[in-house]
Design a protein around this ligand. Structure first.
Ligand SMILES: NC(=O)c1ccc[n+]([C@@H]2O[C@H](COP(=O)([O-])OP(=O)(O)OC[C@H]3O[C@@H](n4cnc5c(N)ncnc54)[C@H](OP(=O)(O)O)[C@@H]3O)[C@@H](O)[C@H]2O)c1
Length: 299
């Protein structure tokens, strides 16, 4: 298994899971890392062809997670990097695969559930969901376009529109837990916006499912099936930590806070009501389908 951009939150989580399943993993990274028994690091720049391409030869699966984090201020420079690190990496992997004698049989590219519009009225799925507008959505659209632009007869391609992943080490859950513990865990903004999330283990299990089911191809929503509203999500988080009170954070306070910690309010205020219709129809069963089970397991 080759994981491009596999040194971050999702890459580490997936490596742990798949090493346990017996995989040998090669991680493409821009920086130097020490190999372990089952993980080898190969240097690339995520933009140009190089000797790294041989790492893809005869790989059973390629997973591409490369991309600068969206948890930053959307300055012109950061926006450009958010585009480039996703689209250029996808392009160069495409080019590399074309040169190989034995390209990976399966290529899974990260995509994002943010591609759908701000939705409070109804759930968005692969068939009936409506795509949104604006910077983040445009990144998602161009990212998927670059992935599906060229088909390769020997490569099965799957794009996973991943919701916010909750895990033990890293990701979006830790800062929310901190807010709750400081008594700031009330609703955020109106609290009516939906949160679509995915347990890190279910992300790994979805990838395993895609590997096993050779008829899966195209776009899949990788989100737990029961999105909840922010007000209810924060309430459940407070209950878990037995914090009776949580100060509500109105939009203006979130804007100031986001500016202070150099991020954007969109990450919290956009309503993501995304459901995994295709995965459910094709037989995938979530181990953590509800927010209670997810939060409890990651306490
Ligand atoms: N985490 C989530 O909840 C979530 C949800 C939906 C979609 N996704 C997508 O899934 C992918 C992986 O997410 P993640 O949470 O694992 O992200 P992450 O922790 O930020 O890791 C992303 C990886 O991208 C590589 N990268 C390349 N250029 C970079 C740059 N200029 N700045 C920073 N990193 C750069 C880094 O690898 P090297 O430094 O080793 O080269 C890094 O390990 C991303 O594309 C993200 O958009 C994530």
């Amino acid at each position: 298994m080759v994981i491009a951009g596999g040194t971050g939150f999702l890459g580490k989580s997936l490596s742990t899971y798949f090493v346990e399943q017996g995989y040998k993993i090669i991680i493409l990274s821009r920086t130097h890392h020490l190999d372990t028994a089952n993980i080898q690091y190969v240097k690339w720049d995520a933009e140009n062809l190089g000797s790294w391409t041989t790492a893809l030869e005869k790989a059973s699966v390629l997973i591409n997670l490369n991309g600068k984090s969206v948890d930053c201020r959307y300055t012109p420079e950061n926006k450009q990097k958010i585009y480039d690190t996703r689209i250029n990496a996808t392009h160069i992997l495409q080019k590399a695969c074309k040169q190989l004698k034995h390209p990976p049989a399966l290529w899974i590219n990260a995509a994002s559930a943010t591609i759908y519009r701000h939705a409070t009225d109804r759930a968005m799925d692969e068939q009936t969901g409506e795509l949104g507008t604006g910077f983040s959505v445009d990144v998602c659209k161009k990212w998927e376009q670059s992935f599906f632009q060229e088909q390769h007869p020997k490569i099965r391609k799957v794009a996973l529109r991943i919701a916010i992943v909750f895990g033990k080490k890293g990701g979006a859950l830790a800062p929310l837990k901190q807010l709750v513990k400081k008594g700031l865990g009330g609703k955020q903004g109106s609290g009516m916006q939906y949160v679509s999330w995915l347990h890190e283990k279910d992300l790994a299990r979805i990838i395993d499912f895609v590997i096993q089911h050779k008829d899966t191809a195209g776009v899949y929503n990788a989100a737990a099936p029961t999105p909840v509203q922010n007000i209810s999500f924060m309430k459940k988080l407070r209950k878990l930590y037995r914090i009776p009170f949580g100060l509500a954070l109105p939009t203006f306070a979130l804007k100031i806070g986001a500016w202070l910690i150099q991020t954007e309010t969109e990450l919290i205020l956009k309503s993501r009501r995304v459901v995994p219709t295709r995965l459910l129809k094709e037989g995938f069963r979530f181990e953590y389908p509800t927010i209670e089970e997810t939060l409890y397991s990651l306490k």
